[in-house]
Design a protein around this ligand. Structure first.
Ligand code: NAI
Length: 396
């Protein structure tokens, strides 16, 4: 079928298998060009199909020749209906990994459930024995607690007072004022339940109990801080509470892994266009201004550049893992540079519907957004009919 983008609100309902494949190949080529990293050999990536998780899987496999197991929640294709992008990404990743002689298997299902955990543990036991690195990179709006059966929904709201600021509809370029009402206590609890560290601990407890963690195993989850501009709705809002919990959880897990020499870290990453971040109000405007400044400075990075640097210069650097005063690994250092933030703050004041095309990188934002779904990718002929049904070779 000929596949075109079909939009509903902030999401694209279709995905292009060839475009997704090309994105994965481009990321693999980037990692290969950067050279080998003396990194992990057996890696479990939870949230492996898009964004930072996919980049972590690619970096492990093609940077360190690692065997990888990927967990994700994606939709396969049906006749006349495309799969979700993470499905096509994984099919492409596994094809490339297998061709390179690398072990790669995947599990598609709800990572929050006991079933998916048990299935993963059995697969590790059978195929890899133990794991050296666990990447925890889930971004989800809902979680059913496997112990209580209760389904929690996360919200993106400020705490205590309404949040009023500018935002952009990146499809139309319209800059408008938005006001978001503050959350309830229940909203905070729910968001922490979904995006906090509870499920991360469950994964690590299960892996350790089954003796599936290698001596000195590492686990890393991803967090975000961002600037004062987005603080009320992000870091000091409901999602920020969940990230506080995730960051505190790293210490809990490190304590639990002490006897095997294991460690848990949170890495604070840069703001990037992913399916998760495009749904957060205000962030798209911030990102389009940030991209403009960082591209002008020659320090712009996407997920793959961020994760390559995280592995090479932080997690597997020969001089140990550098952290900030709260024990976090920082790979958002270029985004948070004082000169970068000062420029973004000035542009923020100036941003209107009329000025944004010139002062911001709205085009870059849009291209990145469409790229997530395999559209607007260089070298792809979108007029050509393609097979929408694509299998993932190592799907369990
Ligand atoms: P993403 O939306 O690209 O990826 C999310 C992944 O989680 C996908 O592989 C998806 O299949 C998987 N997933 C979601 N629900 C699942 C479930 N129930 N069971 C199994 N898999 C499930 O998200 P992104 O942006 O890469 O986010 C990953 C982490 O990085 C999140 O913790 C996010 O807060 C963090 N982060 C994101 C930043 C950004 O600007 N995008 C910046 C800094 C941190």
């Amino acid at each position: 079928m000929i596949i075109e983008p079909r939009m509903r609100g902030f999401i694209c309902l279709t995905a292009h298998p060839k475009g997704c494949e090309q994105n994965v190949i481009n990321q693999i080529n980037y990692i290969k060009a950067k050279g080998k990293i003396d990194g992990p050999k057996r890696v479990l990536v939870i949230g492996a199909s898009t964004g930072f998780g996919l980049a972590s899987r690619i970096t492990s496999a093609f940077g360190s020749d690692a065997s990888t197991i990927g967990i994700f929640f994606e939709k396969p294709a049906a006749p006349g209906k495309t799969a979700s992008p993470g499905w096509y990404n994984t099919a492409a990743f596994e094809k490339q990994a297998h061709e390179a002689g690398l072990y790669a298997k995947s599990i598609n299902g709800d990572a929050f459930s006991n079933e998916v955990k048990e299935k993963t543990f059995a697969l590790i036991k059978e195929d890899l024995g133990q794991i050296d690195l666990v990447i925890y990179s889930l971004a989800s709006p809902v979680r059913t607690d496997p112990t209580t059966g209760i389904t929690h929904r996360s919200v993106l709201k400020p705490i205590g007072a309404p949040f009023k600021n500018k935002t952009v509809d990146f499809h139309t370029g319209n800059v408008t004022e938005i006001s978001i009402d503050p959350c309830t206590e229940q909203d905070i609890e729910n968001t922490v339940k979904v995006m906090g560290g509870e499920d991360w601990v469950m994964w690590m407890d299960g892996l350790k109990e089954a003796n599936l963690l290698a001596p000195n195993a590492l686990t890393v989850a991803y967090s975000y801080i961002g600037p004062a501009l987005t603080e009320a709705v992000y870091r000091k809002g409901t999602i920020g509470r969940a990230k506080d919990h995730l960051e505190a959880t790293a210490f809990t897990i490190s304590d639990k892994l002490a006897d095997i020499g294991g460690k848990a870290y949170v890495s604070v990453n840069k703001a990037l266009v992913t399916q998760a971040s495009s749904a957060i109000p205000v962030i798209p405007l911030y990102i389009s201004l940030l991209y403009k400044v960082m591209k002008e400075e020659g320090i712009h990075e996407g997920c793959i550049e961020q994760i390559q640097r995280l592995f090479q210069d932080r997690l597997y650097s020969t001089s140990g893992i550098p952290t900030d005063d709260k024990g976090r690994v920082r790979i958002d250092d270029w985004e948070m540079r004082e000169d970068v933030q000062a420029k973004v703050a000035v542009l923020w004041e100036e941003a209107t519907t009329e000025s944004l095309p010139a002062i911001g990188d709205l085009e870059g934002y849009k291209t990145d957004f469409f790229n997530l779904f395999g559209f607007k990718v260089g070298g792809i002929n979108y007029e050509e009919s393609v097979e929408e049904i694509v299998e993932i070779a190592g799907l369990q």
